[in-house]
Design a protein around this ligand. Sequence first.
Ligand code: DGL
Length: 283
Amino acid sequence: MSQQPSSPIGVFDSGYGGLTVLKELVKILPEYDYLYLGDNARAPYGSRSYETVYKFTLECVRYLFDSGCHLVILACNTASAKALRTIQQQDLLLIDSSRRVLGVIRPSAEAVGALTCTQSVGILGTTGTVKSESYIIEIKKLFPNIQVYQQDCPMWVPLVENGEWESAGADYFVQESIQKLFAQCATIDTVVLACTHYPLLIKKIRQFLPEGVQVLSQGELVAKSLLNYLQRHDEVDEKCSKLGRRDFLTTDNADLFDINAAVFFGEEVKSKQISVVPSSSML
Ligand code: DGL
């Protein structure tokens, strides 16, 4: 009998942040194969233009498709905010309309309605995510009465990517962004960590948040939403291979990735360095 080619679920992030999502995916859906791709060589994406985030994200999605993935999760808010719609509505039709790309914003927007009592929700994200207003749009579609306040935290991803989440520098920048968010509205009772890097800063974030404010991080939400999606879409589910494999790719140095990735993923990681840019276009 010929062996079926493996078709892992692709999980993409600009760097390490998506590993906080992958960690929850493997808890809730352990039987699936996963192929993680971190574009560490070009991270962070948060301050980059729409065109650049879209181009980089599409290159990575194509790489994951070429590696056998039928389903790719953009485990990156910045990529979900700036590239998801165009990839879903334009590129998939040209590449292969049976493939699927899903993002992380919709599951988070769906969750806030049941949590806020004051109808005031805060979004902490990268400059790109905040400027895109994707959270405001998605939350308003579902819950028109909720007021959404946003604050960008441009220093948080660099702190996390550089392993500085416990440092005094982290204290300063975390407190500064939280103060700016609550200066916009003091009655916010639910805060969304709208960047998959931020769970690493959770201790500091809780330390500086006013008491009683709920914090929503995305890993578990996205995992539950994917479970629900796969239950509703047999045609996608049956294409995903289920041998419990986890493979990791990075566009930067693999040894460095393995050291940092283990902290985000909570387990030892063995990655391979790849280039997502076809060699002819690097000349
Ligand atoms: N993890 C990405 C996100 O969720 C970080 C973005 C970045 O690279 O700046 O937005």
